[in-house]
Every structure is written in C-alpha cells, then in structure tokens.
Ligand binder design. Sequence first.
Ligand SMILES: Cc1cc2nc3c(=O)[nH]c(=O)nc-3n(C[C@H](O)[C@H](O)[C@H](O)COP(=O)(O)OP(=O)(O)OC[C@H]3O[C@@H](n4cnc5c(N)ncnc54)[C@H](O)[C@@H]3O)c2cc1C
Length: 459
Amino acid sequence: MDYDVIIIGAGPGGIFAAYELTKEDKGLKVGVFEAGKKLEERKCPIDGDKIKSCINCASCSIMSGFGGAGAFSDGKYNITNDFGGTLHEYIGKDEAIRLMKYVDDINMSHGGEGTKLYSTANTSIKKLCMQNKLLLLDASVRHLGTDKNYVVLGNLYDELKDKVDFRFRTPVEHIEVIDGGYKVVTADSGFTCSKCVVSVGRSGSKWIETVCKELDIPTESNRVDLGVRVELPAELFSHLTDELYESKIVYRTEKFEDKVRTFCMNPRGSVVNENTNGIVTVNGHSFEDPEKQTDKTNFALLVSKHFSEPFKDSNGYGESIARLSNMLGGGVIVQRFGDLIRGRRTNYKRLSDSFVTPTLKAEPGDLSLVLPKRILDGIIEMIYALDKIAPGTANDDTLLYGVEVKFYNMQVKLDEHLETKYKGLYMIGDGSGVTHSLSHASASGVFVARDIMRSAEGL
Ligand SMILES: Cc1cc2nc3c(=O)[nH]c(=O)nc-3n(C[C@H](O)[C@H](O)[C@H](O)COP(=O)(O)OP(=O)(O)OC[C@H]3O[C@@H](n4cnc5c(N)ncnc54)[C@H](O)[C@@H]3O)c2cc1C
C-alpha cells in the first residue's frame, strides 16, 4: 500500500484525524489529499474595488484548502450536543462532549490560549427568552475569532507538515475498493491505502454523493435551512452577546408552527459572501481583535424545511431559491426590514438614508420576490419576537441579506464507528451529514483516528 491511511479533505475533520493519527509516532504513513490550496495561498479575489463580487474561481478559497470551510470563519467552537450535528447519536453524548473538549484543549495549546469560553449556564437570558416564547439552547462556546482561528490552523499545519504527506490542489475523483483497502484516484494518478477517511465538507457534497452511488452506499437527504442574515447595531444585542457571545434561540411561529432559529451570531462582525457550487449566498464572521471589529452584529434567521416522499432533492430546492436571488441581484440582495414590511424594494437611496450601513456590498432589492411566503412570514414573526428581548430588532433600518441557505449533505449510512458498509472506509465531518460545525467535525476526526489506531494491528 502507498499509505496506511488516506484522508480526503483538509478541513477540521481531516486535520484533527491527521493530528490524532500522528500525535504519537506509531509509524503510520498518512496522506492528506486536498482539492484546495495551502493556508497561506488561500485568498478570495474579491477586494471590494476591482473585483466586487464572486467570480467563481475553480477552487473557492473561502470553502477549500487547508482549514476547509472553517479557515476564515468566526472560529466559534460550540461544545454541545444540542446543535452542530448528530455525532452523539453514533458515539454517545458523553464521548461526543469529551472529544469536543479535547479539540478545544488542542486549539488552546496551538495559539488559541486567552480566548474566551462563554456559557449559557446560570444565565438570566434563558428566563427572558422563555417569557417571550423563545427557547435559548444550552451550550458552551469558544470564540477563537477569524484572526486566532487562522493562527491555530497555521500552527497545526506546522506541526503536521513533516509527519503527514499533504497533497494540495489534488481533488480526488474516485474511490475504488481493492483487495485489502482502497485506491484513491486523482486526475493523473492513483494511490492505495488500507484505510480511507472521507472528510470533504459542504464543498464536496456533490462529489460524495457520486462516490456513494458508485459504491452503492445508502444515503438519505430531506432537509434544507433557508432564511436571511440580519445585521443591526451591535448595542441592540450587546446584553446577549457580551454574556453569551452566541445565543442559539428557537421560536415556533404562530401561523405555521414552523421553527425559526438564530444561527451563527457574529457580534461586532461583518457579513460576507459564501459560494457553494457556484451559487452565492450569505454568511458572517467577526474578529477577536477589537481593532478589526465593526459596530454591527449579524446573525442568520433560518427556517428548516423537511420534505417527505416522493421529493428527495432538498438541497436542489435550496439552490433554486438561492439562484433566484443571484438572478435578481447578481449575488446577495439586501433589504431594510421597514421596506420588506411595507412591501417595497430597498433601493440605493433608501439604503444610503438608512441609519445602519451594510458591512457587505450587496444589491438592494426585495426579498419577498425570492423567499417563499411561509419562510418569509416565519422570519418576520421571529424578528418581532426578538424585538421583545432585544428592542430595536424590528426597527425599519435593520438589514436583511438574502438568501442564507444551510445545505445539509445527504446523510450517509454509517455505523457506530462512522464506518460505511466497507470496513476501513470512514466518512466524517459535514460531508457525511453527521456534523454541521467546527467542533463536531473536528471531534469526528479524532474519533475515527482513534478507531483506526485501535485496529492498527490490522493495517
Ligand atoms: C464563512 C463560514 C463561517 C463559518 N463559521 C462557523 C463557526 O463559527 N462555527 C462553526 O461551528 N462552524 C462554522 N462554519 C461551518 C464550518 O466551517 C464547517 O462545519 C466545518 O468546516 C466542517 O468541517 P469539515 O472538515 O467537515 O469540512 P470542510 O471544512 O468543508 O473541509 C472539507 C475540505 O475537503 C476538500 N474537498 C472537497 N472535495 C474534495 C475532493 N473530492 N478531493 C479532495 N478534497 C476535497 C475541500 O476543499 C475542503 O477543504 C462556517 C462556514 C463558513 C463557510
């Protein structure tokens, strides 16, 4: 075999798998195949000046390369089983939390020391939420910030680069089952291994679907989350963000009894573009360094859409809606809440008169032409509910960017080892559908590395 273990994808799942496999020198030959670039070569060409919007690079530096989709993220590591994935359903709740804490320790010893760990325990905000028909989910959250997150990734790479064979700009095309292991096929070569860990994240969602079809691995998919990113003056949410940093709040709408939730809260942060398979959607992040912070807070409001038979393509549904916003606005659309309520588009004049200036250059427009009524109604209801715990949320000048889509990779059928029906072929992280977050994806990497080492005598 060329390698004992090949890891496909160098996002948090792949990195932590590689870290754990090589932490102690067990003599394992580990290769990491990554479609994107090295960390220091990752650069999104959008400079707001010459290049103002996404030009669909062959390899998106925001989503791909060392660090994966998380490299320029806000670096919020949520230590909880309540959201961020369903890892605990495979490995148990206690083990999942133990591994998330272990990942936190590694981050702390690789440049993250001094960052704050926030917690919802003993907070009066929980009661305030309950009094207003809102549910605050329990979690501890480590906020590394975009800047420290980058430092941690750089330090992890420095530690790994001499122990692991990294192959960047090397997208894997196929995985073949061979005698005693697997053949990982790239554009111009093929590499054999005894064990293979697939950790390709959201950007690899289409590819992993093909792999599962080729290898007849069962999958299912029925969920997509759709909504907007809200941006408002940081002071309006400071009583929540100063204490909790990120509050995951759920609201059940009166009209349809749909659940709407806050997602990815970025105090004093910026709204950014995200490119998934050529479709431009919206996301957000913020820096740990106060000098790089803004005076705005942003967060997503998402409605989960679950489909029942016979419809199977939930991601296709989300993509179509995101495409519609791209068609109308050339990318992301921004609208003032007041304009949405009055049933009119936001134009440049109304946006420039607004007291809240956007942190992302997006096209002013009308989100009601893009989002389905049921989803938009849910979002509006939730904004009014949030206005009760954070007065000012429903102000006319609150900005809504759309669309934010949270694509869920189809769920790969895995056993309690995160192994497919093929012994030694593991699928982890967001690509497997098991996780949707940095902490869960990283923990899944540590978990399979330990599983592989337990069976190392079989290599
Ligand atoms: C802007 C942004 C902000 C975010 N902020 C947060 C946050 O604050 N907190 C949080 O918990 N989560 C956040 N997330 C989500 C988080 O980044 C992901 O949950 C996490 O990165 C998943 O890790 P992963 O290893 O499973 O996959 P990824 O990080 O997506 O990494 C997968 C890697 O596989 C590579 N790949 C794909 N296909 C192939 C192939 N065929 N061959 C070789 N390589 C391939 C990709 O190039 C990529 O580098 C954010 C995401 C974005 C985009």
